[in-house]
Ligand binder design. Sequence first.
Ligand code: C2E
Ligand code: CA
Ligand code: CA
Length: 575
Amino acid sequence: MRVLIIDDDKVDREDIKRVLQSQKGTVIDEAATAQEGLAALTNIKFDIVLLDYLLPDKDGLNVLSDIKKLNLTYPCGIILMSGNEEGELLEKALESGAQDFLVKHEISQQRLKRTIHLARKRFELEYHVRKSQERSKLAARMDNLTRLYNRTAFESSLEKMLSSDASYGEGAVIFLDVDNFKFFNECYGHEVGDGLLKQVAERIKQVIDKNDKIARIGSNEFAILLQSENVDSKKRRLLNRLLKALDAPFVFDDVEINCTFSIGSTCVGDKTSKKDVIKQANLALHKAKGESGYSVTEFDASLSAEIEKHRKIKEGLEYHLSQGEFNVVYQPIVRAVGETVSLEALVRWPTDSPFGHFRPDEFIAISEQNQTIDKLGEFVFKQAVETLAGLKKKGFNDIRVSVNFSPIQLNQWELCVKLVDICTNAGVLPSSVILEITETALLSNDFATKRMISELAAAGFTISLDDFGTGYSSISHLINFPINQVKMDRSVVPVSHEDDKRKNLLSSLVSMCKSIGAIVVVEGIEHQWQADFCHALGAEKQQGYLYSKPVSEKELYEVYLQPESEDCTLQRVAI
Ligand code: C2E
Ligand code: CA
Ligand code: CA
């Protein structure tokens, strides 16, 4: 047994030594000050420390707390000694980490032996309790599946990094997410799903430096925390290694999975809070997830605004749809002679919306993503058909209405039945309705889309191919689908008299469509010379600001639909 006596009183030390020396195999070290004692404790493993309460440089309670900070990793009992008995001191000593207390003048061989024995036992007990607490603390910071840190541990490491001084260099956070994990999990079973996460964790482990921290922070989301003098270049190198490591297929007994990952990253500036860093990395990841295939996005301030806008649109879509508050405006489509033959229904975000104001191309893209497009499309269709019914009641019998359809809407079960029902309820024939669909809807070439388009055409709706000239402009689509009308996109309309490129392109597109008997509409006509050019090409219909901007239903009645002739045709409107 090795014993350290820390006492400035030489006589007292000698007394204790005498008592102890009677015990065989006892090695005794002495220290006269707290400082000497603590120095000895850092170098030598003692079984027992006998610590005097009154030392010249510190009192015993302070020494106890210094010993605690040494975090001794072996059993070492500490006995505090004092000249007299004070109940309060005993309690404080035990609270500060001593295992027992002795009054100096009561020290006898018997008593000291027993106290040492008990102190060692107590220490061992405390030591084991502490160890098991540490183990459960560690378990609370670990992810069971991957043996990586979990979200709690990641957040506390990030907090530590943020509160430490900048001497370790700058920090950065990378969030990584397995694309379509839910699909793999459901398709191949949870065992493969778990295996995939384990393999991803292993591959990340292999490419990071030993000082970097990785954690699994969500079901299929990982986080890497790094710190370096030049964190940007370190991050770039790490991302390169990471993408290479994750590129190879993940192999299981009877299946091989190729997956892509979305990665978002941000720098841990010295002024950002933990919450901000996590939010920024999440925003970057969210943006990366919106792209297809492998995608890495670095956070910047504009992203924050973009995502905020995205969020407002999503919330606004849900809210205004539930309230039926979207507006529909109408833009006339005229025959070359100037007579309005149909009205294109275009949706508008409600005016005075508390969510802000957004353009249709902005909110329609989001509505397609969050599956509200079916509801929105149905709302616009119903409004358009009812507006048309109102016009017919006023005697405008020949006018038709065009409604835009997003490719996603065509996947709706019983869409055709639903549309026919709406028409029937409004007292309008499907033949008065034109459905504008973009060529992308035909690209998937799947059986269901094909069948739906044929079903709609068979029900009497006219199918118009929108935005022609921007995508594939494929003649086979015109031949293989029941398309009666093609709408040339405004990007192929010549912008000047000298714009020969567009003139030639538009001319060939128009003759291609006419060769298979489709009616041609040209949109985006803003000048009379463009109208004349399209007319000369043989395009039957035109649409654009030259004739009218989209207007509300009220304006339609007030301004544009005043019949100038007895036969109720709609006269060409000038702006
Ligand atoms: P689109 O179907 O190609 O509609 C034509 C767009 O061109 C409209 O923009 C219209 O206001 C604009 N436009 C018309 N004439 C001219 C012109 O002479 N010059 C110029 N510069 N522009 C002209 P808008 O209303 O902003 O709609 C944008 C797109 O949003 C539409 O493109 C369509 O793809 C989509 N969209 C609008 N309403 C709906 C809807 O109810 N359902 C679906 N699925 N999509 C819609
Ligand atoms: Ca359109
Ligand atoms: Ca268009």
